[in-house]
Design a binder for this molecule. Structure first.
Ligand SMILES: [Zn+2]
Length: 497
């Protein structure tokens, strides 16, 4: 059933209009108080161990990619001359440009995490990508930045309501909203994670393009369009609302809520069997983001229920889910044991992002436990530490092998999410609560707290049990008590230096 806008909109939402206007004078960033808040990646440094080694491998992979080849589809669609030919594989067979968005996010994460080269090569690349995308946005003239083949005609048709959608296609194109969602997310990360100011107006320009594009579509047309995989469009529009405080973006986020999938979840019904798994997870991240920003209880219930059913009833021991990219029957894991196409990396990447949101709203130990299990066993293992490359599937059938990507030839979805993972390794280790600091993961690292005070964690986990944390201060401080909360349930008092 497709719900009407009035019953499906954000709480306290009245009449919805979508004018293309400049920012309201009273708009301000929206940052509701949360139970706990993860520290920015730039506050955490990983100090040795397998995560640092994997980040080094990732740096090599990112540097092996050529920005001008990733940017070629964007220039082509903007009517500009590409400086190099497009890459092949998924990059010139319909999903043109999807990797560039991931590349922005990956560069932003690595730069913020302190994993850049000494001479700042990754930061320079990030700046160059943004400069070129700015050129494309100016040439397009309507805020759009994208590499979807035949963009102009496609989006013109969509805007006018000419829509034909199926699971992986919209008007004959390969998941165009999924594709542009990567650009949205990359621009957001370039600004929010790496602090690149240039990305902010580019992102808001994209947001305005999107708001205008869907403004004339009825709710029924929107839901018809959402049958095609569309990434986390609800998430990124909610993020633009959080950045700007302009409610038109929040309304747009809610219009991207796919009722056929999200309504049952909000009623705590699991109707996921047979669905393409990674199409659904980003929709639920969007739901959790809406809950976080608005206090929408139904959205929070749906996001929590999805997390529970996927992690407790649809996942294997290492935290992955899906077979052949789809959710299998709840009571039958046999195909997972037999198939070459075991759990997909993108799914776990997205499940960790959902877990972060849920943990910030309610710091339950089970969220941290799942995160630890999936990060160590699936995500860390999805990149080869010595011959940089990422895996698509992690088959669990006995004596099977893994297939790793190569920089010049492989542009799968899991290459995109795979290159983002290392820049996020430090994201969940620590969280700030009203009464102390949560230590969620045993990873050798250092947290910059404030005033030059740092919390250093020394551990060889998982090869050896145990971890030691100590405070480091640049100067003698008055003694005061600080709580360190381990996985949300073990608490010990420590003294600042
Ligand atoms: Zn994937």
């Amino acid at each position: 059933m497709i719900l009407s806008k009035s019953s499906y909109g954000p709480p306290r939402c009245g009449v919805v209009v979508f004018p293309l206007v400049s920012m309201p004078a009273d708009a301000a960033p929206v940052n509701p108080e949360r139970e706990v808040a993860l520290f920015p990646i730039s506050s955490v440094r990983i100090l040795g161990g397998p995560f640092e080694k994997a980040a080094e491998a990732n740096r090599g992979y990112l540097l092996a990619l050529e920005p001008d080849r990733l940017l070629a589809p964007f220039l082509r669609e903007a009517g500009l001359k590409p400086k190099a030919p497009s890459y092949e594989n998924w990059e010139n067979t319909g999903l043109d440009g999807h990797t560039a968005g991931h590349y922005l996010s990956a560069l932003a994460g690595m730069v913020a995490a302190g994993d850049d080269t000494a001479d700042g090569k990754l930061r320079k690349r990030l700046r160059y990508m943004l400069d070129e995308m700015e050129r494309c946005q100016k040439a397009n003239g309507d805020g759009y930045i994208g590499g979807v083949p035949g963009s102009r005609e496609l989006w013109k048709n969509v805007k006018s309501g000419r829509i034909e959608a199926n699971g992986f296609g919209l008007n004959g194109k390969w998941v165009p909203w999924y594709n542009v969602h990567k650009t949205f997310a990359g621009l957001r990360d370039a600004w929010q994670v790496a602090g690149m100011e240039k990305a902010r107006p580019l992102l808001i320009g994209m947001g305005d393009w999107c708001v205008d594009l869907i403004s004339g579509l009825s709710d029924a047309k929107m839901q018809e369009m959402l049958r095609a995989e569309h990434g986390g469009m609800n998430e990124t529009m909610a993020d633009i609302y959080a950045i700007t405080g302009d409610r038109k973006y929040l309304d747009a986020a809610y219009r991207f809520n796919h009722a056929a999938v999200l309504d049952p979840l909000m009623k705590r019904e699991d109707k996921l069997t047979g669905l393409h798994a990674n199409t659904q997870i980003p929709k639920v991240i969007g739901l959790s983001r809406e809950a976080m920003l608005t206090g929408d209880d139904k959205a929070a219930t749906g996001a929590r229920f999805f997390w529970e059913t996927v992690t407790k009833h649809r996942s294997v021991a290492f935290g992955g889910n899906s077979v052949g990219e789809h959710f299998h029957p709840l009571d039958d894991f046999r195909r997972l044991l037999e198939s070459r196409e075991g759990p997909e990396t993108c799914n776990t990447y997205n499940m960790l992002r959902l877990t972060e949101d849920l943990f910030e709203m309610e710091p339950r130990a089970e969220y941290a436990d799942y995160y630890e299990r999936a990060l160590y066993n699936h995500i860390l293992a999805s990149i080869h530490p010595e011959h940089p490359g990422y895996v698509y599937f992690t088959p669990i059938r006995p004596l099977h092998y893994r297939v790793y990507s190569e920089p010049d030839h492989c542009f799968w979805c899991c290459v995109g999410s795979g290159m983002e993972n290392p820049g996020k390794y430090g994201e969940f280790i620590y969280a700030k609560a009203k009464d102390g600091i949560h230590v969620n993961l045993f990873i050798p690292s250092e947290l910059k707290v404030s005033g030059g005070i740092r919390l250093r964690q020394e551990t060889k986990f998982p090869s050896r049990n145990g971890a030691r944390s100590r405070w480091i201060s640049p100067s003698p401080q008055p003694s005061r008590c600080v709580s360190v909360i381990l996985h949300g349930f073990l608490r010990m008092a420590s003294r600042s230096p």
